[in-house]
Design a protein around this ligand. Structure first.
Ligand code: PLP
Length: 430
């Protein structure tokens, strides 16, 4: 018989507080999706996946680009982790948690196929990209950094202020519309050619405005021969499309785990290719700036440790579906509604159909309706009349649009409802 007294409780607490069992960092506690993999159009399979998400039934949720919902198993793991971190507090933090956090980072490195010293956890892609853009120190007064209209607003702002501080300037281009594989490459090539002072380029792998996926590898290759460094904003691509960090051909990448990987809010990462860490200044708060470690490039202070510690559960959940199946499903949902509307007079789908140039996100507008107010009103009509939730986006050189972002819990019926609604709207011209 086990006698429960203060001593045994304490022993239990010590064992529990010291470190997470290795399995907690390896496997999600709740059941896996019923079957592994699954073809994109297998509604029964995807209904099993969807059943693992608690989704609002107030709307048809086609705005999943803001952040990604945690599946129920991941949410359960997170809740357990919140309870543990709260209960064991600094007793855990000062003893086992450091080792557990290293295990999480190692797990992420393995998942991404990079070395452990090439990746550091951040709270989000913004924090990662700010560290990379703000810390980039290979730029000299008189040199320039290039970005495009589709890049994320706060990354544009980061480049502007970082270049000002370094006595350099920015050059902005508008990506061609309609975009093609070649004309996007040409747009960057022409800018490189016209401005030999360019030393740094920001490339957004998948645009949050239109879902345009650009040929990062090809553009990075052009940059490399000119000695131009590349920072990739992969906030929207990790988990939406199947790619390898090394395949991007860039030395610096900012990532989100809380969008398409379904980790708790507050988990992102920065990648710096081995040998390039000195091109990024240490964080100004770092006490050991000479360490040469990627970890000295991001200094966050106290964070939601439970969120980071839940990352393995999120990776497990997504790994059971698999990146190719996930990408195929997102594309199938996208192609289904776009296929019904592409040739409809009155609807302008902005994102090309070339499969190399999109994932699951696609944006559209009513032909000629480019104002912010007009597209805000269109999203409101979709919501108020049809119960479909989307979002308007601005910042494209060509004007505003409405973005549609399906995710793993959406059904073909959801995107069919969108296509039906847009047919009615386009026909009525409202
Ligand atoms: C292209 C892009 N970059 C960066 C970010 C910033 O991500 P976060 O707000 O998670 O830091 C976003 C967010 O939507 C984005 O779409």
């Amino acid at each position: 018989m086990t006698v429960i007294n203060r001593r045994t409780i304490l022993q239990g607490a010590v064992a529990g507080a010291a470190m997470l069992p290795a399995a907690a960092l390896r496997a999600a506690p709740a059941p896996a999706p019923v079957r592994a993999g699954g073809v994109a159009g297998d509604e029964a399979y995807w209904a099993e996946i969807a059943a693992q998400y608690d989704v609002t039934d107030a709307v048809i949720q086609l705005e999943n680009g803001n952040w990604g919902m945690m599946s129920r198993p991941v949410l359960a793991a997170y809740q357990q982790m919140v309870a543990k971190v709260n209960r064991d507090s600094s007793f855990y933090a000062r003893r086992g948690m450091g080792t557990d956090m290293v295990a999480v980072q190692d797990r992420l490195a393995g998942f991404l196929g990079v070395e452990r010293d090439e990746i550091v956890l951040t709270r989000n892609a913004t924090e990662a990209l700010k560290a990379l853009i703000g810390g980039y120190n290979r730029i000299r007064p008189g040199q320039a950094a290039l970005y495009a209209d589709l890049d994320y607003d706060s990354m544009q702002a980061s480049l502007e202020s970082a270049m000002t501080r370094r006595g350099a300037r920015t050059i902005r281009i508008a990506l061609p519309e309609p975009a093609t594989w070649q004309n996007v490459i040409d747009a960057y090539a022409q800018a490189f050619e016209a401005h030999p002072e360019i030393k740094l380029v920001l490339l957004t792998h998948i645009s949050h405005r239109t879902g345009l996926k650009i040929p990062v590898r090809e553009i990075a290759a052009l940059a490399r021969v000119r000695g131009i460094d590349v920072i990739v904003d992969a906030a929207h691509s990790l988990g939406q499309v199947d790619f390898e960090i090394a395949g991007l051909g860039a030395d610096f990448v900012g990532l989100n785990l809380h969008k398409w990987m379904g980790a708790p809010l507050g988990v992102g990462a920065a990648y710096i290719r081995k040998g390039r860490v000195s091109a990024i200044d240490p964080d100004i708060a770092d006490e050991n700036p000479g360490s040469g470690s990627i970890r000295s490039r991001v200094h966050t202070g106290t964070v939601d440790y439970a969120a980071s510690l839940t990352l393995p559960a999120a990776l497990d959940f997504q790994a059971r579906i698999g990146a190719p199946a996930r990408e195929a499903r997102l594309r199938a949902l996208r192609d289904r509604w776009v296929g019904q509307l592409r040739d409809l007079p009155g609807i302008q789908v902005l994102t090309p159909d070339d499969p190399r140039m999109h994932g699951g996100i696609t944006s559209f507008r009513l032909a000629g309706r480019t104002s912010e107010a007009g597209n805000r009103a269109l999203a409101a009509t979709l919501l108020d009349r049809f119960g479909i939730f989307t979002v308007h986006r601005t910042g494209l050189a060509s004007g505003a649009c409405v973005r549609v972002t399906p995710t793993l819990f959406n059904s073909m019926a959801d995107v069919d409802a969108l296509a039906d609604a847009l047919r009615q709207i386009a026909t009525a011209g409202t």
